[in-house]
Design a protein around this ligand. Sequence first.
Ligand code: BMA
Length: 315
Amino acid sequence: MTRSYLPLIRYEKNPILTADDIPYSCSTVFNAGACRFKDRYVLLLRVEGLNGRSHLTLAFSDDGYQFRVEEKPWITPSEDAYYEPFERYGVEDPRITQVGDVYYIVYTAYGPYGPRIALGRTTDFKRFERIGLATEVDNKDGVLFPERIGGDYVMLDRPGGMGGQGGSIWITYSPDLIHWGRARAILSPEAGWGNSKLGACAPPIRTERGWLLLYHGVRVTAGGRLYRIGAALLDLENPQHLLGYAPHFIFGPEKIYERTGDVPNVVFPCGHVLEPDGTLRIYYGAADTCIGVAEAPLEEIVDLAVGAAGATLDS
Ligand code: BMA
C-alpha cells in the first residue's frame, strides 16, 4: 500500500521516553521542544508531576534516540511577582528556536487566568533567563521563527482556543520580543480532519519553496478529540501569506502508545531536528503520556505542503 501521503516513519523502538525514564517521580512526559547544541541532541521535556502540574526538564543524546534525562527540572513555575500568577499551575509545551548563539524558548505559562505564551532564552542550557509574557491569556502554541523578517521577530500563536471549539493560527511581529502587534490569522480550521483547533508545532523551516510549517489540527468526533499533523508553506519574505497546505493530515495517531494514555488519540510535536542529509526528525508527545520520534525527507513533506495551489484561507 502506498502511504506517501503519510511520509513520516516511526522509530522502531518508540516510545523513546516514558515516565520510567525520568529520574524522579512524575506522572507523564510528553510534548518536548528539540534542537541540536554542541553536537548533541537536546530535548526540553514537558514533565507532568504527580500533582498534575507541568515543568520542563532537559534531556541530552548523542544519536537522537537514546536520551539521558537530567536529575532535576530546569524550568519550573516562576516565583517572581510578575510571572507567578501566570505560571502557578505549570509551564507547558516548550518550543526551542535557535537564532545564532541564542536559543529562545517559547512555552505556555498556565495559571488561574488561563494559558498565555511566555518567552525566555539560554545560550548554554544551564542558565535560563525569562524575557517576558508575549501574549494575553487564552493563547497557546507560540512558535518563534528562526530569523528576523523585515527587521522584526515573528511569532505564530493560537489565541482564543479555550473558550470555544475553534482556534486559528495567527502571526504577530515584534521589534524587541517584548512588544507584539500587527496580529492576524493565517490558517483556520475547515471541515474535515482539522475541523476544530489548529496550532503551530515547531519553528518553521526555511526551504527554497517557502517556510515549511508543521501544525496540529484537532478533529472533534463523537469519541473525543483527535490530534493530527498538517503541513503548510508560508511565503519567505511575507510569512503571513499562505502559499499552500496539504489537503490531508500527514501524520496521526496509529500506534497503541498514541491511541491510549492520559489523553487518547494525540500526536503533538513541539520540536524537530533537520539532519545534514535532509531528513527531518520530529519529536512528538503521544497521548499526553510519552514521547515518540518519526522521520521523513524534508522534501517529501514540502511536496505535500505545496498542496492545493492558491490556498486562500485567511491569507
Ligand atoms: C492541547 C495542549 C497540549 C496537549 C493537547 C492534547 O490543548 O494542552 O499540551 O497535548 O491539548 O491533550
